[in-house]
Design a protein around this ligand. Structure first.
Ligand SMILES: [Zn+2]
Length: 435
């Protein structure tokens, strides 16, 4: 069974972005089986469900390339603080009290928010990952999950490290699950929470399993300067000297990376995940995204956790990415609308290693979002991509597909029970913060 979406505007690209009006897009099972301008030359199965796309645009689902989804539980819990104070004095303390049930419901809450905003795929780093994987599997979303790994004691043998053991168990159980909708990576949290030998041990484990690496890099000036005084190298150079980048790596933040660092990242094919909302809120700085784009790095976009953003809205990140660099560089061409749109979609999919995700293209996974463009802020239509990057709202999302299944349609969740989630979030909130 599949869907046939007719009379729809579709955004596609190979080398160049292309807008096709009055298009037909057809899905067959989990894949996109047809994208074209003529409805008559396709074989329509009798079981196909037809959707009228008049007044709508079909875009690839957003890929949130760096988040900590259960941190929805800590939304607005500790605001207006710098990263060190926020993380060490507030977040880590409350996180010690979290149990697997809390993480499960926090994940579900994050999924309500992401799906309704057109995000179909995310890259996560947290703990109790089995519960996150359970919730992801039930929701129908696509994800690259990881257990955040921290250990600052520099020893020779980490074979008894319970966190690495948990990460291996999660990998064994979940990597490739649900038709490869769920994959598992390894996540040394950051250089300021992981001893060099620990990062080495994680690299070796991930290499054996053929896993990706997800890591925070150079988020603050403090991290950058501490790295220079402790190792005589920048965080990127330090991690490169450990050999971490020999594995496919997703580097979150990269706020203070140097020109030379970006050359290393380019050479090693490290994806640069820009988190403008979180970096602004924590006062961490503004990442050198225009430079990274000039150097040809794969730049993706992420919200970071809802405790430092404070939402999981990729439209806002796209808007910030398209705006803030113009202000900082005083160059209106610094990050164009089209580039921000690619960062939120195809570049994110590429970073995560989902190679048939992030485009509306025949043979790709049907991870797609129908946007209602019959609203005032889409008129007139001088430039649809500009309208999507500068004017769109998350509430314009009408229908969300992942792997050819509808997860959300006109305000209704097909896989998640909103009332049950709210009830449990209130219960968890009471236990964590009011008792
Ligand atoms: Zn993060």
């Amino acid at each position: 069974m599949g869907y046939t979406i007719e009379n729809v505007t579709v955004i596609t690209w190979d080398d160049e972005l292309k807008i096709t009006k009055n298009a037909t897009v057809k899905t067959d099972g989990s894949k996109i089986s047809y994208v074209g301008s003529k409805a008559d030359d396709i074989n329509e199965s009798i079981t196909d469900i037809r959707i009228d796309g008049t007044g709508k645009v079909l875009i690839p689902g957003f890929v949130n390339a760096h988040t900590h989804i259960p941190m929805t539980l800590l939304r607005s819990y500790a605001d207006d603080l710098n990263l060190q104070t926020w993380l060490f004095d507030h977040i880590f303390k409350i996180e010690d009290k979290l149990n697997d049930d809390d993480v499960y419901w926090g994940t579900q809450l994050g999924m309500l928010e992401m799906i309704a905003g057109g995000t179909t795929c995310f890259c996560d780093m947290y703990y109790f990952v089995d519960k996150i994987a359970n919730a992801t599997s039930e929701s129908g979303m696509r994800a690259l999950l990881s257990r955040g790994l921290t250990n600052d004691s520099d020893i020779d043998d980490y074979s008894d490290d319970y966190r690495i053991k948990e990460a291996i168990d999660t990998f064994t159980q979940w990597n490739g699950a649900d038709n490869n909708r769920i994959r598992v990576s390894f996540a040394p949290h950051a250089i300021y929470t992981c001893a060099p030998n620990y990062i080495r041990a994680i690299r070796d484990t991930a290499q054996k399993l053929g896993a990706y690496i997800h890591v925070h890099i150079d988020e603050t000036m403090k991290e950058h300067n501490d790295s220079l005084s402790q190792y005589g190298m920048t965080p990127v150079q330090h991690l490169n000297s450990i050999g971490l980048f020999d594995l496919p790596t997703i580097a979150a933040h990269c706020v203070h990376v140097t020109d030379e660092d970006m050359d290393i990242m380019k050479e090693k094919n490290v994806s640069f995940v820009h988190n403008p909302g979180s970096n602004l809120k924590l006062g961490s700085g503004i990442a050198p995204v225009p430079k990274a784009l000039q150097k040809g790095l794969n730049v993706a976009l992420g919200t970071d956790g809802a405790s430092s953003n404070n939402n999981l809205n990729m439209w806002e990140e796209m808007n910030l990415a398209a705006l803030i660099h113009k202000g900082v560089t005083m160059d209106p061409l610094a990050v164009k609308a089209e580039e921000a749109f690619k960062m939120a979609t195809v570049n994110g999919a590429r970073a995560l290693g989902f190679n048939t995700v992030g485009q509306i293209k025949q043979g790709f996974n049907a991870d797609m979002v129908l946007i209602d463009i019959s609203k005032p802020h889409y008129f007139p239509e001088h430039n649809l991509v500009s309208n999507l990057s500068y004017s769109a709202q998350a509430s314009d999302v009408e229908t969300v597909f992942v792997d050819g299944k509808i997860l959300y349609d006109k305000g209704e969740y097909k896989t998640l029970d909103k009332e049950k989630i709210y009830y449990n979030i209130k219960r968890v909130y009471k236990r964590l913060f009011l008792t």
